[in-house]
Structures are given as C-alpha cells and as structure tokens.
Design a protein around this ligand. Structure first.
Ligand SMILES: Nc1ncnc2c1ncn2[C@@H]1O[C@H](COP(=O)(O)OP(=O)(O)O)[C@@H](O)[C@H]1O
Ligand SMILES: [Mg+2]
Length: 275
C-alpha cells in the first residue's frame, strides 16, 4: 500500500513493493512481502510491528546488508535521493556504491549498541575513524567532530568520554554514543531499528526526545521501527502503522498502546495515522 506524498520534491526514500526472501533448507521464508512507503526529508515515519513482522529485514534491505545467501531482495524498488540530488535504486546498486552511501548518507542504529560499537577502541577513536573515512578529515578535525557529536547527544563529561571504552559506560550512555557515531557524518536518512526496546522507560523517553531534536538539528529523515509496546513514538510520528496480520491479537494491544494508531484489515501495513 502506498502512502500519499504531498511534497513536490522527490521523496528522500520511496520503497515500492519490496519483497525480501530467505532461501533456507526448510523452505522459502517470505520475510518482507510487498511493502511500500514514502519518507520525505526531515520527516519521521514510525512503523510499529510485532516481533518477526519484518522490521529488521526491511531495514537491512534498505542498507544493502541482507546476508546473501540465504537472503535476497526478490522484487521491488528502494528509491533513495542522495546528497547530490540523484535518485538511486538501493535494491540494485553495486556493493561499492552502497558502501559509499552507508554511514555517510544513510545511517542505522540498533537495539543493542554493541552491534555497532567496537569494544577494543575508545569512543573517540571510533567516531573519529568514521568521519575520517567518509568525510576525509584529518585526525585533529575528526577528533573535534567526535567531541561535537558527544556534546550533541548530551553525554555528561563529553571530553572525558572520548578516551573511554564502551564497557565503561552505562547502557543509556552507550546508546547515546551509538547515536553520535551513526550521526557523525550528518546523514540525510537515519534508520532506527527498535533503538530503545532494551532500555528502561525513563531512558527510552530521553533517547526518543534526543532523536527528535537531532532530526530537527540535522534535518534528516527518520525511519523508526518499534515493537507494539513503544507507544511513545506515535505522539511524535508523522505517521504510524501497525502489524500486518489482522488475526494477530497483538494488533489490538498495539492500537491501545499507541493512541492515534488506526488499523485496517486489508493490507500488510496499517494506514497512515489520521489519514
Ligand atoms: N537470516 C535469516 N534466515 C532466515 N529467516 C530469516 C533470517 N533473518 C530473518 N528471517 C525471518 O524473517 C522474518 C522477519 O524477521 P525480522 O525482520 O528480524 O523481524 P522483526 O525485526 O520485525 O522482529 C522472521 O520470520 C525471521 O525468522
Ligand atoms: Mg527486529
């Protein structure tokens, strides 16, 4: 199902009839089957779905990170507007071109911060290395950017954190470091795959507020996936959709957890909230 785009410029991201399957010994797993949506620059699109509904597989498809074999995008288009203004189909882009976009134009944050943080490097080194690689900064400039990013994500004692290792930080702080790392090249698209599910409720609210502030500061589009209980997003989101199978009882629970979420029975994803 397509969401109406009201903007005249090409959308930042337009996913059309995406299908991603895994070819396993036990058979074909159709993880993503005919998913379509539009995200405009500077907008948040929050999608709510129960575990196993294909949130991570959709994210990884956009990032070009589906493990092949056994997985493959078997249909559809992922149209992305690059910084240069050209529209490319991420589903068909060569690996090298995708690698260039990842981290620079498109960044992703995960539920578990250690997915993207390396335990053996200091926080400062990890951020500096990323900006040096993508933006061609020298060491001093890159370290300066690393400090700026830690300040941007409101980490206490930011300067001191530069020389600390991930294990020395609390869970909430690690999440902030992962966000600082993801945003260090000021991407135009941030994919947030259940970024707060593992955190306690107070920290969840802080991180969501921070992401919303950064969206405005950097002007990036945010595609945020959450499980049904993370209703907080629906208040901030431009639109909210829910899980695909009308027979699944979590849909009712989800609707009550997320005020403003409306449900339909005839499509894989639910319609735009308030539409
Ligand atoms: N590497 C894989 N091999 C086989 N099936 C997979 C693989 N990765 C994901 N899947 C399947 O794809 C479906 C969607 O998974 P996922 O996107 O991780 O769900 P969600 O993130 O919404 O919880 C699940 O049924 C899952 O078992
Ligand atoms: Mg997932």
């Amino acid at each position: 199902m397509m969401v109406n785009a009201t903007h005249t410029a090409a959308p930042l991201l337009q996913v059309k009839h995406l299908r991603t399957h895994f070819f396993t010994d036990a058979g074909v797993v159709k993880s993503v089957e005919d998913v379509s949506f539009v995200l405009n620059a500077g907008e948040t699109l929050a999608v709510v779905g129960e575990s196993g509904s294909g949130k991570s597989v959709t994210s990884l498809s956009i990032m070009g990170l589906i493990p092949n074999p056994p997985g493959r995008i078997v249909g559809g288009e992922i149209l992305f507007r690059t910084r240069e203004g050209t529209v490319v189909d991420l589903a068909k882009l060569p690996v090298k071109a995708l690698r260039k976009l990842r981290g620079r134009d498109i960044a992703m944050i995960f539920q578990e911060p250690m997915t993207s943080l390396d335990p053996v490097f200091t926080v400062g080194d990890q951020i500096a290395e990323t900006v040096a690689l993508h933006l061609g900064m020298n060491r001093a400039e890159a370290m300066k950017r690393a400090l700026e990013m830690l300040e941007l994500v409101e980490i206490p004692a930011a300067k001191q954190r530069l020389s600390e290792y991930p294990h020395q930080l609390s869970g909430g702080m690690r999440q902030r470091v992962m966000i600082a790392l993801a945003l260090s090249c000021k991407p135009s698209l941030l994919i947030a795959d259940e970024p707060t599910t593992a955190l306690d409720v107070t920290i969840q609210a802080q991180i969501l507020a921070l992401l919303d502030k950064l969206r405005r500061d950097i002007g990036m589009g945010v595609l945020s996936w959450s499980s049904c209980t993370a209703g907080v997003w629906s208040k901030r989101a431009t639109s909210t959709r829910c899980s695909r199978d009308p027979a699944i009882p979590t849909r009712a629970a989800c609707s009550s957890a997320c005020p403003g979420v409306r449900s339909t029975t005839n499509s894989q994803w639910l319609e735009r909230a308030g539409a």
